[in-house]
Write a protein that binds this ligand. Sequence first.
Ligand SMILES: Nc1ncnc2c1ncn2[C@@H]1O[C@H](COP(=O)(O)OP(=O)(O)O)[C@@H](O)[C@H]1O
Ligand code: SF4
Ligand SMILES: [Mg+2]
Length: 326
Amino acid sequence: MEQNTPLLQIENLKKYFAVGKNKVVKAVDDISFSIQKGETLGLVGESGCGKSTTGRTILKLYEPTGGKILFEGRDITGLDSRQMLPYRKEMQMIFQDPYASLNSRMTVADIISEALTIHHLGSAKERSETVAELLHKVGLKREHASRYPHEFSGGQRQRIGIARALAVQPKFIVCDEPISALDVSIQAQVVNMLEDLQHEMGLTYLFIAHDLSMVKHISTRIGVMYLGRMMELADSQELYAHPQHPYTQALLSAIPVPDPRHEKSRIVLEGEVPSPLNPPFGCPFRTRCRYCTEACAQATPQLREVEKGHWVACHLIGGGTDGAQK
Ligand SMILES: Nc1ncnc2c1ncn2[C@@H]1O[C@H](COP(=O)(O)OP(=O)(O)O)[C@@H](O)[C@H]1O
Ligand code: SF4
Ligand SMILES: [Mg+2]
């Protein structure tokens, strides 16, 4: 891999689901971004906007409807499950629900070492040593290996899920709302641990969250999704300091500030997210946008680079509708 080749390149990715007789949900609709080695790309947006589908499609747990996925410069889009096997080891996932994502009939040791067994990595003795090391890495104890998931708290279960993802020494992990289901008091602990592990093991993350407050510290860059499309993509600092898309501005204004003297004027998002079965023509956000004009119903705004590294999909920003795709 060349020095500057991103770890992942996602080009015009689409994932459509057929539902009912003739209906289609465009869960992910033509999104493009790349993730550099060692970085954390935050992905945010309200529930149902396509974040999990994006993560799962990148890992090829879903077959993409269109577009390309490149891992270390190699196109993995068309690989079948056998050809994907070496890549499965490189790319792992941490799930939102630490209760549903661990098999309740398996011991912690079996859960963590399952992927090692699948990939024929190490002898039984070596695997059990690896399990002990991983438990230590995620702040659990060797003795925990013989226990079952129900004996642990939510935070501890998430640690087990993280140890499972780390077992095969992946390069890339999709963290799908890994802290959303946890008590606020332990959310920061888990995020800090993920950051420490990232530095220690040279990991690259796609970190999914439903609001901007959760991704602020961990993300290098952040992408904001709405109804299957990318609305804005920028460096984390830049996005918080100069949000440009009306949707990002609304999401940011909804985050409570600790000091009420610095209370920002709140932008209230009116109405509901439209049904993904029947999204608005033109700009997907137009039914809730306070700047909406007639032009917004005519054409879908493309993501365009309005400043270096800052991409926005809005007719009002950066001019025109014919923007080049990222
Ligand atoms: N397997 C599936 N079959 C049909 N529709 C799906 C499936 N998975 C997700 N969807 C739909 O795709 C859209 C995006 O879902 P999802 O990616 O789970 O969003 P998020 O993770 O942002 O909450 C939603 O409308 C959801 O109902
Ligand atoms: S394109 Fe129009 S509706 Fe969409 S975000 Fe911009 S101003 Fe609002
Ligand atoms: Mg989700």
